[in-house]
Ligand binder design. Structure first.
Ligand SMILES: *Cc1c(COP(=O)(O)O)cnc(C)c1O
Length: 397
């Protein structure tokens, strides 16, 4: 609106408004600078684009369908399209990014890959592309998470990755991140660190958003093919760190007629101490190398988040989302465990699609905001196979 058009994308310094940047220990600066100075040139090379597009098509299975969910639409008296990232190889959108980053690592002549993982989904997506490219792969994971997410630990091992337990602190994601950073400091020349969401120091948020932007690039032409216009009224996505949402929003950021809606995990509720709804409960600070919104105590200690879905159980959001929230460009909804589980069952019953519980948070938004007669795209970030135990334990179906 007005003549000063807002810019929702990253600027040359790695900022989204006042959020972003690269706050890293001095020892890590050379690694980050190497990426900052080279990433755009590399990902714009025709040879890079060609291999990226080829692998997305023949390995990942893109384009993923944009499916008109008829019975769901009927129930909400609207036109709801599901962007089927659940049909990607490995069952979620994360592989779009790991394919891109392993090609970047190769272009930078790196021989080894490290990553951190919480629930194990990003670890599996990373181990997958390392197997594909024959690269050595070390995944750091909190010792507590390794017990909680045993099947994913075994998947990574089957794929040939080494899984290293982070034994410090709460033995969860943030400790795994610290150990991965330490590893990277000690192996700066031969190792690339694959971050799994639009978080971390610049250029990672932009790098990951660009790789995931294939989602909205496809939505545009698929919607045009189906209803004659590229623009839906609304795009809904769940936000953990925010990579699937960033990908689904990317080509709509500068089209204010398209409303952007984010679903955050409220856990047991934003008025309890068991939540992960960052925009409701968070404040400004630095998390994992960038200035963003995060859940922290008055003296700056990161608060352990909680959500029934492991992929949304993160104490911050990427800087792009902090800016979309701060500027009002995106609307944020807090969805409780219970609301998400009910929405997951609803999608299963109405459309025959069992969603990941992360994704179920986005579905739950349908009953929380006004969507009557609107064209709505929901980014179906992943399938529910990995969450079967959680559905069973919850039991109300
Ligand atoms: C990891 C994951 C998420 C959350 O990550 P984002 O970076 O916020 O997209 C959401 N859905 C699924 C299926 C996931 O595996």
């Amino acid at each position: 609106m007005g003549i000063n058009r807002q810019n929702y994308n990253v600027d040359a310094r790695g900022y989204y408004g006042k959020f972003g940047g690269a706050f890293v220990p001095e020892m890590l600066l050379p690694n980050v600078l190497e990426l900052q100075e080279n990433y755009l040139e590399i990902i714009h090379r025709p040879s890079f684009k060609k291999e990226f597009d080829y692998l997305l098509k023949d390995y990942v299975g893109r384009p993923t369908p944009l499916y008109l969910a008829q019975r769901l639409s009927q129930k909400y008296q609207s036109q709801i399209y599901l962007k089927r990232e659940d049909l990607c190889h490995t069952g979620a959108h994360k592989v779009n990014n790991t394919i891109g980053q392993i090609l970047l690592a190769k272009a930078l002549n790196k021989k080894k890959i490290i990553a951190e993982t919480g629930a194990g989904q990003h670890g599996v997506a990373t181990a997958t592309v390392c197997a594909l490219m024959g690269m050595e792969c070390i995944i750091y994971m909190g010792a507590v998470d390794m017990v909680r997410q045993r099947p994913n630990v075994e998947r990574m091992k089957i794929l040939g990755a080494e899984v290293r337990a982070a034994q410090s602190g709460s033995q969860t994601l943030k400790d795994a991140t610290n150990e991965a950073m330490r590893h990277w400091i000690n192996h700066p020349t031969d190792t690339h660190y694959i971050i799994g969401s639009v978080v971390g120091p610049h250029p990672y948020p932009d790098l990951v958003a660009r790789f995931q932007s294939v989602i909205s690039q496809e939505i545009k032409w698929q919607l045009k093919e189906q209803i004659g216009t590229e623009n839906p009224d609304m795009v809904i996505a769940c936000v953990g760190g925010g990579s699937n949402a960033a990908g689904a929003y990317y080509h709509y950021l500068d089209r204010p007629q398209v409303q952007l809606v984010a679903a955050e995990a409220a856990g047991l509720g934003v008025d309890t101490d068991k939540s992960a709804a960052t925009t409701f409960l968070g404040s400004e600070g630095v998390l994992h190398g960038s200035r963003t919104l995060l859940m922290q105590t008055a003296d700056g200690q990161v608060i352990e988040p909680y959500s029934i879905s492991a992929g949304l159980d993160y104490p911050g959001i990427g800087p792009i989302h902090a800016h979309l929230f701060d500027s009002g460009r995106a609307k944020f909804c807090a969805v409780t465990d219970e609301e998400a589980m009910l929405a997951g069952i609803e999608l299963s019953r109405l459309e025959g699609i069992i969603p990941a519980i992360e994704t179920a948070h986005a579905i739950a938004v349908l009953s929380k905001i006004a969507i009557k007669d609107k064209v709505v795209v929901i980014n179906l970030s992943g399938r529910g196979d990995k969450d079967l135990d959680t559905y069973i334990k919850w039991g109300k179906y």
